[in-house]
Design a protein around this ligand. Structure first.
Ligand code: COA
Length: 434
């Protein structure tokens, strides 16, 4: 038996043995999404309940599984802190039984290194290789930074986690204990692409040149843009999130990564959530590098690419060009994520463009997503000074270089026709238009 195997076996423990080492009031840090050590976080919640432990916090970016710690009665014992409020965690954040951490995603490593000191770092990893290394797989993002100051490090080894290339690796000598839990990864079903999405996707794709480097955000519109890019040539990928549509673009030959000024020949990403087909595509694929978020989302790095194109969705935009992408009024819905990082980066790129793409309305055409002012309490994600293109099914407008009055007119021009008169009246009252 090799040295690293012997060390691995020495550190191999049950979930109960590991969580017995986590005391009340511990700050527990994990990575993001599929990096959550679901066996350990569940065991910790069960211990907190059984032994009436209080004040444990569980930090994670993007929860995918409905686990015990999200139940309202667990709040005082083990509270979730969402760094991005996703599906199962949304209800808990909205009803106050979970908390959330406002941040630009690029800053998450810095927050772990300078502001929040974790007692524990735990994460799911792929099985150890012969050199003693495990991979953080599809969740490199903040892993190394969150681990760097943790007093204890625990790994949950899962053979279903792809082994990825890049900087998201951890050596067995760096950890206190490992636990094996081989459970299939959560898979995201296909987000249906509607005719409206397709139309907006085509409007944006027309404005993307061959050879561009792209980032896609969350939602059906960014996915529709991906679909519309299949006829392009020489595209590159530099994106926080790796998406199912990106697998298609690589497979059909539209993405080659050959035109990138830096990191050529590779897709550079931080995390991925998709189908098993995607996880198999990523596994041991040297063409995809999973890197830390403070590299991938650094606007200076993004800006080094010529023709960088960022495509993200938003919840509402006001007539001066501020966007709220993360709350519905005061109710936290998601998070800033990397949206602003990429808008800034694309703004620094030669030939770069960033698109905020929205349906003109929500809730069966009863609400205009272009508003005179943001809804009271809405969290401003993008400043009016940074926003670039806004796209709806009624067209695309560029706000950069437009005055307040020109912006209001341009945004009203791409709003749903049934809201245009009311928006114009409001713009007049605000003295934005005559
Ligand atoms: N007013 C009221 N409700 C609204 C609304 C508005 N202006 N805009 C959207 N909604 C509702 C929708 O009706 C929908 O409700 P439902 O689930 O009951 O149908 C819900 O909010 C979600 O809207 P939808 O447009 O389907 O969201 P999406 O899945 O396309 O995601 C964002 C859009 C903006 C929430 C998502 O992209 C996000 O979180 N962005 C911020 C982070 C980010 O961009 N990161 C990028 C790097 S990964």
């Amino acid at each position: 038996m090799g040295k690293w195997n012997a060390l691995y076996l020495e550190k191999l423990k049950s979930a109960e043995e590991i969580v017995a080492q986590i005391g009340p009031h511990s700050i527990c840090a994990s990575t993001c999404a599929l990096g959550e050590p679901v066996g350990l976080s569940q065991a910790l919640a069960e211990r907190a309940e059984a032994e009436n432990l209080h004040g444990i916090s569980h930090h994670l970016l993007l929860v995918l599984k409905e686990l015990k710690y999200l139940q309202p009665e667990m709040t005082d014992k083990m509270k979730h802190v969402a760094w991005f409020t996703s599906g199962p965690a949304r209800k808990a954040v909205q009803n106050g039984s979970a908390d959330f951490m406002p941040c630009f995603y690029k800053d998450a490593p810095m927050l772990w290194q300078e502001f929040v000191e974790p007692d524990v770092f735990y994460a799911t990893v792929s099985p150890m290789d012969k050199h003693g290394w495990c991979s953080f797989g599809v969740s490199a993002s903040v892993a190394r930074a969150a681990m760097s100051r943790a007093k204890k490090v625990f790994l949950e080894v899962n053979k279903f986690m792809p082994r990825t290339h890049g900087t998201g690796v951890v050596h067995i000598s760096e950890v206190n204990a490992v636990f094996e839990n081989h459970v299939p990864l959560v898979e995201l079903g296909d987000i249906p692409i509607t005719k409206k999405d397709e139309h907006i996707g085509n409007l944006i794709a027309e404005r993307i040149p061959d050879g561009a480097t792209i980032q896609f955000g969350i939602g059906s519109i960014p996915n529709a843009v991906g679909q519309a890019l299949r006829g392009k040539k020489g595209l590159g990928i530099h994106s926080e999130m790796f998406t199912e549509g990106m697998v298609d673009l690589i497979e059909c030959g539209a993405v080659t990564n050959t035109s990138k000024n830096i990191d050529a020949n590779k897709s550079i990403v931080c995390f991925a959530i998709g189908s098993r087909r995607m996880y198999d595509f990523i596994d041991d694929n040297p063409g995809i590098e999973f890197r830390s978020i403070d590299y991938v989302n650094d606007p200076n790095v993004i800006g080094k690419h010529d023709n960088f194109i960022s495509i993200n969705a938003t919840i509402e935009v006001d007539l001066i060009g501020q966007a709220c992408s993360e709350s519905i009024g005061t109710q936290q819905f998601s998070g800033t994520g990397g949206q602003v990082d990429f808008i800034r980066g694309a703004g620094m790129s030669k030939g770069g463009k960033s698109f905020l793409a929205i349906h003109s309305t929500a809730k069966n055409d009863t609400i205009s997503k272009i508003k005179p002012v943001l809804t009271e309490g809405a969290h401003v994600s993008c400043s009016k000074n940074e926003i670039d293109y806004v796209a709806t099914e009624y067209g695309v407008t560029r706000l950069k270089g437009k005055t307040a009055s020109q912006r209001a007119k341009a945004l009203i021009g791409i709003a749903h026709p049934k809201f245009r008169d009311a928006l114009t009246d409001a713009a007049r009252k605000m003295r934005l238009v005559a």
